[in-house]
Design a protein around this ligand. Sequence first.
Ligand SMILES: [Cu+2]
Length: 549
Amino acid sequence: MSTRHIVRLFALLSAVALFSLAAPSQEAATSSRKTIVKGPVPATQVRMSWQDFISGPDGAKRLASLQKAITKMKSLDSSPKTSADYRRSWEYWANIHGYYGSSSPDGTVEEQIQYLKDNGMGSYVSFYTGITDQTPPDSIATTVWATCQHSSGPGPQQANFFGWHRMYLYYFERVLRWASGDNTLRLPYWDYTNPANLALPTDFRGTSSTLYDAKRNSSINSGSSTLNSNSTNVNTLLPIANYLSYEYQIEEGVHGYVHCTVGPTCPVAHMGDVPVAGNDPIFYSHHANIDRLWACWQKLHKTPAGAWQNQQFSFVDETGALKTGPVKNFLNSTALGYTYENDSSCARPGRALLNIRVAALEVAPQTPGGPVETNTMLGSTKGISIKNPQTSIDVAVPKAMLEKATSRLETAEAVELVLRDVTADSHPGVLFDVYLARKDDPSKREHVGTISWFGAFRKHQGQRMAPHKTLRYDVTSAVSALGGPSVAGAGLTVVIEATNGTTPADASKADEERKKANDAFRAGANLRIGSVELRAAAAPQEKPPTKKK
Ligand SMILES: [Cu+2]
């Protein structure tokens, strides 16, 4: 037995011990692992999209239940710190995701404010008014607070982003039901992957609502801007069969984008800053949608075995009892008492992707020694420094190669853009839209992705960790839209452009928004991209023979 196995066995034994101590008596009598996730779960109910949740004959009743639950949880913030009531409070649940304080892995509020001041983001300090340092009051809080899993944060390389957050929402939802007295209550999801729902739902915007949070991007909060439709499109991700690739790309893509755009940016309270993100009511409907995107994937693919399934996490339930269990008990949402209104047609209408395009994005992320590429390099530009709000990077591709790759787009060839080893010294102050453009006419360009910074530069053993992201975008449709084979003579340029993530409802305000983003861009962050690569994936019979290991 290896040391690692012993450590794991020990973790399992301590978890079982903790569970037996904390479980309510009727559950302790049958302390098999399966009972950990059971308990008083009522019949399966549907987690609905926000729009449907508030509509129909029962819409007003459902909304009232949710508001009642959140109001009740907030009222418990002042409960005695070691009471079960405090473990059912809003503050406690936000602290499970993260908190500031001298025992927090993220340090204190004062340190965060100093970080913003030191890094040209002092104008955001006012977002920390009213945010205070917290201290875990007992061993249960010490166990469960600040345990969220993100691939960019401290912790194992395998993030367990989906697993941890599904468990978090499951126990949070149990507390919501307790607080509302409504056993049918399920979390509604904000389905921004549907272009009809890019605006923050109105009920979150009324300043007197319990769903309102002033610590957001003011234009998102007023409805004068929405999310960007391109940044929330997951069509090219859903077909990815590699679980860890899909998880990483959802986390780094749409998940981080929504955090930093509602934020008002990263790392700023609430939504843009990991330690305090759970204070905003929209957090839970955002993450219900992320959890749904996992459920959508589970409908399409077989979940692979992996050490991530055995990883154990601890939460508290609606009785205030500590609950510990492995992620593998949370794979089937029906057993947890919910299904999603839509988990079977999660892509936007359009053509189905060909397998070759999927293969291009399959590479497992963050593997030690770097990912193993299975597709062909068309061309790359190395060592890019982003010193301006807008940077154009020409990627030289031999004409014959680009001709070959573009002559059979979508039938035999797919094109992928890889931004390898994206890093910086501190937060760049803005997000970045990524465009693919024609070199001969840069006004012809296609939006292919958005780079965001949620959870970047978090502390690990006292040091702030710089992110090293490798981002991959399927640009096959973009190359087609730019003219297909005609780009072979024109050449291709990748444009990295500062953005605050929003799309103004009034299109004539676009220039104003761009100017705001340009002003917020921080050259001092020293953003660098190791290499910008265009790669081609060919249909299987055209693949060069792979080397035998
Ligand atoms: Cu999140």
